[in-house]
Design a protein around this ligand. Structure first.
Ligand code: V55
Ligand code: FE
Length: 488
C-alpha cells in the first residue's frame, strides 16, 4: 500500500489512526484481581478502514468492520480480532485500494463494485441462533462463526428477510430469546418503509409488520417494551436526487421535529401513531418499558445535530459547545389524545453509549451504565488533539429510579467506550455483576479492557486487561455467556 491515510482528525491520533490489525493473543496480561466466575465472550466491532479513502477523505462511520472477541474463562482472557470479509472488503483487497466513495452512496462507488453489497458491517455484533451477526443498518447482516470469527457471508435468515436493510440495534427478548429487529429504508435507498420482525431463538420468523414513515430519515436505534415498538425518526432525512448527484446520504433538518412512531407488537401496524418532540438528536436507547397505558423510554437527547458530517442544506453544523445533552425519560400516554410526549432529564450531565442489564430489556428496571463527559475534570488537550467525536472521560452508573449516579474518572487522557453489563450469574439480581469496557490510553498509545464491579464503579476497575496492540476507536458490542456459546 503506497497511498497514506489522510492527515485529518478522522484518521490520526491514538483514537482514530487505523489499526488494521488482525490476529490472536493467547492469555492477555491482567493487572488486579480478575474474578474466576466471569465466563463468556465480549464481542465488539470497530470501523477500521483497510485502505485510505478513494476520494481522499471520509467519515469514521465508513470504515471496514473488524471484530474483537475477548474470551473470559477461569480468570484468564484470550483475544482474537478479524475483519468481517464483506463483499466490499474482498473487492478492495483484490484491487489493493479503496473502491468506495461517499458513505451510503452507491452512485459514488467505482463501477467495478456497483453490483456488490455496500455494507461495511461495522456497527454492532450480536449472537443469534448460533451465528455471530455483524451489523450495518444499510444491509442484511453478515454471519460469522462466533468461535473462529470466520465470515460465512451475507445472512438473510435463510430467505426469511424481505427487507433491503436490517438495524444495527436489534434487541433480544429476555424471556423468549426472540430477536426483535427492524429495517428502515427497508425497500431501498430513500424509501420511507419500515419493517419490524420478531425472529425466534432458533431463527424462525414469527412476526413481520410493515409501516410507512412520514418521510425517509435515519432510525438508528429503537425501543421495545412488552407491548409496544417505538421507532425514533431522527431529523436526518434522505433524498434520492441528492444521492444521484453524489451528495451525502443524510441531511440535518433544523425545522423538523423528533418523531417517535409507536405501534403494538401484536398489531398489524395500522395502529401506528407518530408522537413528536421539538427538533433534537435522538441518541441510543438505554431501556424502555410500559405499564399497559403509558410507555417510558430512556435515551440521551441532544439539542442539535452532533453528526457534523451530515450538515443541514446550507452546510451549517452547530459548534459542539453550543449543544446541550442529557439522559431523558420520555413518557408517552397511549390513552391520551394528541401527539405530544413528556420529557424529563434523568441526568444533569451529557452521556452516551447507554447499556442496561439485558435481562431487563423492555421491562421495568433501575440500573443503567453510560460513558460521560465531565468538562470540569483535567483534560490533556494537547495529547488528545483534534477529534471528530465527543471524548468521554468518565464511566457512570445511573439508578434511574432514584436519579443517583456513581462515576469514575481515570485521568486526563483516558477515553472510555461502550460499557457492557455481565451478570454475576444467570439469576443474580438486576445490576449485580460486572461492567466491562474498552479504555483508550492516550499517554501510552494503548488500549485496555477494564472490569468493574457494577455496583462500585466509583472505586475504579477491579481488573485491567492489557492489550499489546493499540486498537482503533470502536462502536458497539455484546456479552455472550460461555454456556450459550458451548450449546451453539
Ligand atoms: C450510526 C453509526 C453508523 C451508521 C449510522 O451511531 C449511524 C450512529 C457506524 O455507522 O452507519
Ligand atoms: Fe449505534
Amino acid at each position: 500500500m503506497t497511498t497514506p491515510f489522510p492527515k485529518t482528525p478522522e484518521f490520526t491520533g491514538t483514537l482514530y489512526k487505523p489499526a488494521r490489525f488482525e490476529g490472536e493473543v493467547y492469555d492477555l496480561e491482567i493487572e488486579g484481581k480478575m474474578p474466576d466466575e466471569i465466563d463468556g465472550t465480549f464481542f465488539q466491532v470497530a470501523p477500521d478502514p483497510q485502505y485510505p479513502p478513494m476520494l481522499g477523505k471520509d467519515m469514521f462511520f465508513n470504515g471496514d468492520g473488524i471484530i474483537s472477541a475477548f474470551t473470559f474463562k477461569n480468570g484468564h482472557v484470550d483475544f482474537k480480532r478479524r475483519y468481517v470479509m464483506t463483499e466490499r472488503l474482498k473487492a478492495q483487497r483484490a484491487a489493493r485500494a479503496s473502491l468506495h466513495g461517499v458513505y451510503r452512496n452507491q452512485y459514488t462507488n467505482d463501477p467495478s463494485v456497483q453490483d456488490l453489497n455496500n455494507s461495511t458491517a461495522n456497527t454492532n455484533v450480536i449472537v443469534h441462533a448460533g451465528k455471530l451477526l455483524a451489523l450495518k443498518e444499510d444491509s442484511a447482516p453478515y454471519a460469522l462463526d462466533p468461535v473462529t470469527l470466520e465470515t460465512i457471508g451475507l445472512w438473510d435468515f435463510e430467505g426469511q428477510l424481505t427487507s433491503a436493510t436490517f438495524t444495527a440495534h436489534p434487541k433480544i427478548d429476555p424471556v423468549s430469546g426472540d430477536l426483535l429487529c427492524f429495517g428502515y429504508e427497508a425497500k431501498g435507498d430513500a424509501t420511507p418503509d419500515i419493517v419490524y420482525y420478531e425472529i425466534d431463538a432458533l431463527g424462525r420468523k414469527k412476526r413481520e409488520t410493515w409501516i410507512v414513515a412520514p418521510y425517509a430519515a435515519m432510525i438508528h436505534d429503537f425501543a421495545v417494551t412488552e407491548n409496544y415498538v417505538i421507532f425514533p425518526l431522527m431529523p436526518l432525512t434522505v433524498d434520492l436526487e441528492r444521492l444521484k448527484n453524489g451528495g451525502r446520504h443524510f441531511q440535518w433538518q433544523p425545522g423538523l421535529d423528533q418523531l417517535f412512531g409507536v405501534l403494538r407488537r401484536d398489531g398489524d401496524g395500522r395502529d401506528v401513531r407518530w408522537f413528536t418532540a421539538p427538533n433534537g438528536f435522538q441518541g441510543h436507547t438505554l431501556n424502555a418499558f410500559d405499564d399497559g397505558g403509558r410507555i417510558y423510554i430512556d435515551m440521551p437527547i441532544t439539542s442539535g445535530n452532533i453528526f457534523y458530517f451530515f450538515p443541514q442544506s446550507d452546510g451549517t453544523v452547530p459548534p459542539p459547545e453550543t449543544l446541550s445533552s442529557n439522559m431523558m425519560r420520555l413518557t408517552i400516554d397511549m390513552n391520551a389524545r394528541g401527539n405530544g410526549l413528556e420529557m424529563t432529564p434523568l441526568t444533569s450531565f451529557a452521556c452516551e453509549f447507554p447499556r442496561s442489564d439485558d435481562r431487563y430489556m423492555g421491562r421495568q428496571y433501575s440500573h443503567g451504565f453510560v460513558i460521560a463527559m465531565d468538562p470540569t475534570k483535567p483534560f490533556d488537550e494537547e495529547r488528545i488533539g483534534p477529534r471528530p467525536f465527543q471524548f468521554f472521560n468518565q464511566l457512570a452508573h445511573l439508578d434511574v429510579t432514584t436519579g443517583k449516579a456513581k462515576t469514575w474518572f481515570a485521568d486526563a487522557q483516558s477515553c472510555f467506550q461502550e460499557p457492557i453489563f455481565v451478570p454475576k450469574h444467570a439469576d443474580a439480581p438486576e445490576g449485580d455483576g460486572y461492567v466491562i469496557g474498552l479504555c483508550n490510553r492516550l499517554a501510552d498509545c494503548a488500549t485496555d479492557l477494564l472490569v468493574f464491579d457494577a455496583q462500585h464503579i466509583n472505586e475504579g476497575p477491579i481488573a485491567t486487561i492489557k492489550l499489546p496492540v493499540r486498537l482503533r476507536m470502536s462502536l458497539h458490542g455484546n456479552w455472550v455467556a460461555g454456556s450459550k456459546l458451548a450449546a451453539r
